[in-house]
Design a protein around this ligand. Sequence first.
Ligand SMILES: Nc1nc2c(ncn2[C@@H]2O[C@H](COP(=O)(O)OP(=O)(O)OP(=O)(O)O)[C@@H](O)[C@H]2O)c(=O)[nH]1
Ligand SMILES: [Mg+2]
Length: 490
Amino acid sequence: MAIPTFVDSVTLHVAGGNGGHGCASVRREKFKPLGGPDGGNGGHGGSVILRVDPGLTTLVDYHRQSRRRAGHGVPGKGDDQHGANGEDIVLAVPEGTVVTDAETGEQLVDLTGEQTEFVVAHGGRGGLGNAALATAARKAPGFALLGEEGETRTVTLELKVVADVGLVGFPSAGKSSLVAAISRARPKIADYPFTTLVPNLGVVVAGDVTYTVADVPGLIEGASEGRGLGHDFLRHIERCAALVHVIDTATYLPGRDPLTDLDVIEAELTAHGGLEDRPRVVVLNKVDIPDAAELAEIVRAEVEARGLPVFAVSTKSGAGLRQLTYALAELVARRRAERPAPAAPRTVLRPEPVGSRRGGTAAFTVTRENELWRVHGEKPERWVRQTDFGNEEAVGYLADRLNRLGVEDRLLELGARAGDGVAIGGADPVVFDFKPQVEIGAEILSRRGEDQRLITDRPSVQRRRERDAAYQAEPDVGANWDYGDDDPDD
Ligand SMILES: Nc1nc2c(ncn2[C@@H]2O[C@H](COP(=O)(O)OP(=O)(O)OP(=O)(O)O)[C@@H](O)[C@H]2O)c(=O)[nH]1
Ligand SMILES: [Mg+2]
């Protein structure tokens, strides 16, 4: 299971599929010219899912292809035909992949455990057809809801090596040589600093214990602040059960001696943080060289006085390696006994579907910003996305929904006046002119079939109309619909 090199960080652009639009249609039967509404629902867009595959050890696949989009939902059709849901796409990632939102820097999930899944971009909901929107009061809706766009996201995937033992030390101390000497991994070894640029993993078998050793790039003073290859690589040892200081006892470089080296690396580990509780072992390397062996014997007592186990070894001659691997096996076994591996092989992380993502208890909030009233809230924002602004009845339905939620009351309470701009939504809001129902009263009925409460000739609405017109999904491939007992207003 040697891993010579791997890509350990990639940026991925992911997009859930768009939901299919609902269909507005009226049943046509012989002798019954006006049957009920029979427009089917649009299918949900597929989601992009990350799934842990323990057979993978690198993110290299995503380096070459960094854009992934799931399938779109199919629009509903007449005769109560629901559109099919879009296909999910499942992306396999290695154990220990940490997912971060590239825009906010927020860590989304740390994926460990075989088959663990995370929905990284949700598909958009399909829109309800007019059959599903019919109620006792509105028997034949002449509109349907639009499918919502899928979620798009830019994420960073970072692989944190999941190794039992982490090797730390100055460049050229012999870390890679040690991995090569105690496992079958064959990392690059050379007598210049920073030979190792990415971590290497080796599998060590000692008695009946099998464990992994990670060889990370060499550290220098200031590594935790980004000097050398920087603390970027210290994150790879965060999960290790034990740390091994690999110390070069044969160096003649000024300012370097085993005890100073130990102190400098310890200071870097402290600056990185979070590693205090990990047991340490000190390896004094290169004792095949007589001067080095002598120096090792001199410092051994002093290191032991600090309470640290010491092993004088040579990766060249093999001296001391057996004792070292068995001592490490003991540490690993003890740690495993203290913290048994989680039993559940499959954890499925499927956070809330699109819509409930932003959470929060308040249904909506209204704030005043730059001459505009801003309405934020999961439901109002979703309802706007579902509205076909080319259809006055659909716009009226939106106004009713907002009203039922109390948006109009809240605006009036805050002092909004007819004609004020009301923006709903975050980054790309839709702006309406406020026309409270109570003020215009009978005016609502003045123009049959049109609803005066939301005046929608603003550019943001225009843009949305264009988007709606441009929306085209693939032909229907059969129904596969499950809204459960979904209330359109939920
Ligand atoms: N004489 C002697 N030389 C050794 C021993 N172990 C490693 N070396 C030499 O030390 C040099 C550096 O070894 P590496 O294993 O590449 O060191 P590293 O710690 O991985 O270095 P970076 O990857 O640069 O951080 C190479 O020239 C090795 O041949 C040893 O036990 N004895
Ligand atoms: Mg190396």
